[in-house]
Write a protein that binds this ligand. Structure first.
Ligand code: KIV
Length: 285
């Protein structure tokens, strides 16, 4: 498989080929998603919720994003890796935004960064892009503004708000964004925005008229039985599978059935004296 770059994504839009994107937060998941042919892996600040257990993305720090980006990029060969700029890392000044975007690339191995916000962030986008870092925009429901928006609610339902989102998309493209995320908005509005810009547009809760789709990987795999929003399709019930496997392990430990002889070492020398490594490293034997 060839490495996916921003040029690949632009060509896919031009050819009408849909783009698949998922979040990834660690090396083990990144390796699996990458090998499945997903074009973009987003190290999203959604990790604050699904990995760290917060009720918003707001507490996520730059150091944490760098740490998770590095884990994902280490295990990714094919997909384009995007690192999310967390709350507080780009809002105060363009200088800080450039510095933090560069950290995601130089320390985290990301190939692009994503930030939330519309035309008001055009200058920040321009400055980061001028520093050589591709920027993905994110409009519609922007979770870092949850308090300003009054909750996680569908955006752009009034004509005025829809027009503002269309103008935001164009302003971000003009400022140098190479791609856009549209989150939680009416499908017809998302389709209109997608048709009105030349850059690839990826939707989440934004209908089928976008150039591609993104989901939080834990959501599509069904890791949380209590979370079933309208825009998510669960392709697997991983919560049930994990629960079943772990209960079986627990029972076998209690019955003394695990470890059996095949998982135990004897005192006499064996053909395989050393394991290549103690624990599984994504991508290695
Ligand atoms: O943080 C994230 O995972 C995101 C996606 C849901 C688009 O921003």
């Amino acid at each position: 498989m060839k490495k996916v770059t921003i040029n690949t994504l632009r060509k896919m839009k031009q050819a009408g080929e849909r783009i698949s994107m998922l979040t990834a937060y660690d090396a083990s998941f990144a390796r699996l998603l990458d090998r499945s042919g997903i074009e973009i892996l987003l190290v999203g600040d959604s990790l604050g919720m699904v990995v760290q257990g917060h009720d918003s993305t707001l507490p996520v720090t730059m150091d944490q994003m760098v740490y998770h980006c590095a884990a994902v990029s280490r295990a990714t060969e094919h997909a384009h890796v995007v690192g999310d700029l967390p709350f507080g890392s780009y809002q105060a000044s363009a200088d800080e935004a450039v510095k933090n975007a560069m950290r995601l690339v130089s320390e985290g191995g990301a190939e692009a960064v994503k930030l939330e916000g519309g035309a008001e962030y055009a200058e920040v986008v321009r400055r980061i892009a001028r520093a050589g870092v591709p920027v993905m925009g994110h409009i519609g429901l922007t979770p870092q503004s949850v308090h300003k928006l009054g909750g996680y609610v569908v955006q752009g339902r009034s004509e005025e708000k829809a027009q503002k989102l269309i103008a935001d998309a164009r302003a971000l493209e003009d400022a140098g964004c190479y791609a856009l995320i549209l989150e939680m908005m009416p499908a017809d509005l998302a389709a209109e925005i997608t048709a009105s810009v030349d850059i690839p547009v990826i939707g989440i809760g934004a209908g089928a008229g976008c150039d591609g789709q993104v989901l939080v990987c834990y959501d599509l795999l069904g890791m949380n039985p209590d979370f079933a929003p309208k825009f998510v399709k669960k392709y697997l019930d991983l919560a049930a599978l994990i629960g079943g496997a772990v209960a079986k392990y627990r029972d076998e430990v209690k019955q003394g059935a695990f470890p059996g002889p095949e998982h135990s070492f004897s005192s006499s020398p064996e053909p395989q004296k050393h394991l290549p490594q103690l624990y599984s490293i994504p991508g290695k034997g």
